[in-house]
Design a protein around this ligand. Structure first.
Ligand code: MF3
Ligand code: CO
Ligand code: CO
Length: 264
């Protein structure tokens, strides 16, 4: 037993709609990531698409004072990068685009890495291994799985590739509230922590650093989190629902191939 909200079938239908919209924003924006475009322009395009085409709300805008509609985290930025008209993407950069939309009160939260033109092999490898961390975690989630199982499988894979796991930021329960219980750590020990049950909805969003795990918060803007050592960081995120036998990925993209079965 736990205090974590269990969503009804109707609730999950609402989450499915929000999740699909968030996924569609990523599908729309990814091809526009090219050398020379600014992160501020990416933000405007997403904002207008969410508001005008989807009749939805970009959750980050004014969330705890966040000034933009998406997060754009480039190279050594781990998360919560603020889009800016003066931040121009250049060939070889890697960017995380993190989109959260609210539809009919329900949240869908998802992010991807996008290479800007051709990138170095070590950058490609970091992005790929980080996505593998997410997929390995998603693959083990079903009723009875414990949060520590998720943390351990991510940590094992990342550290096995000589990367490190960011500890200060984590996945989270999600629903009518953007960030609710439980916290979903991306490190830990199998067999510990909350036991998952059907109807729980949460994100898994590993942030993996090429170098050391330590983070630095930009105290000027209050948001931008970078690696302390200045090396690259990557992140991928999905919102999921625990089903009777496994999971449904609520933010799956149309072209996405998962190395596990989904259930509804
Ligand atoms: N989308 C982020 C997450 O995955 C949260 C962004 S909060 C913001 O939880 F204020 F920075 F937008
Ligand atoms: Co999230
Ligand atoms: Co997010």
């Amino acid at each position: 037993m736990s205090n974590i909200a269990i969503k009804s079938a109707d609730d999950i239908e609402g989450m499915r709609r929000a999740g699909q919209l968030a996924a569609e924003v990523l599908e729309m924006i990814a091809p526009k990531v090219q050398p020379g475009i600014s992160t501020g322009e990416l933000d405007r395009i997403c904002h207008d698409y969410i508001v005008d085409q989807q009749n939805a709300i970009p959750a980050p805008l004014n969330y705890k004072g966040f000034p933009k509609s998406i997060c754009t985290s480039v190279n050594d930025v781990i998360c919560h990068g603020i889009p800016s008209d003066t931040k121009l993407l250049k060939q070889g950069d890697i960017i995380n685009i993190d989109v959260t939309v609210i539809k009919d009160g329900w949240h869908g939260d998802t992010s991807i890495m996008v290479p800007v033109g051709k990138v170095a092999p070590h950058a490609d490898r970091l992005m790929r291994v980080t996505q593998e961390c997410l997929y390995k975690a998603l693959a083990i989630v079903k009723p009875g799985t414990r949060l520590g199982d998720i943390g351990e499988i991510i940590q094992e894979h990342a550290e096995g590739c000589y990367y490190s796991v960011v500890r200060e930021y984590c996945g989270h329960g999600i629903g009518k509230v953007f960030h609710e219980e439980p916290q979903v750590l991306h490190y830990g020990r199998a067999g510990t922590g909350l036991v998952l049950e059907p109807g729980m909805t949460f994100t898994i969003e590993p942030m993996i650093n090429a170098g050391k795990r330590h983070t630095k918060l930009n105290t000027r803007d209050g948001w931008t989190v970078t690696t302390r050592d200045g090396r690259l960081s990557a992140q991928w995120e999905h919102t999921i629902a625990v089903t009777d036998t496994g999971i449904e990925v609520l933010t799956a993209r149309s072209d996405e191939v998962f190395p596990f079965e989904q259930s509804r």
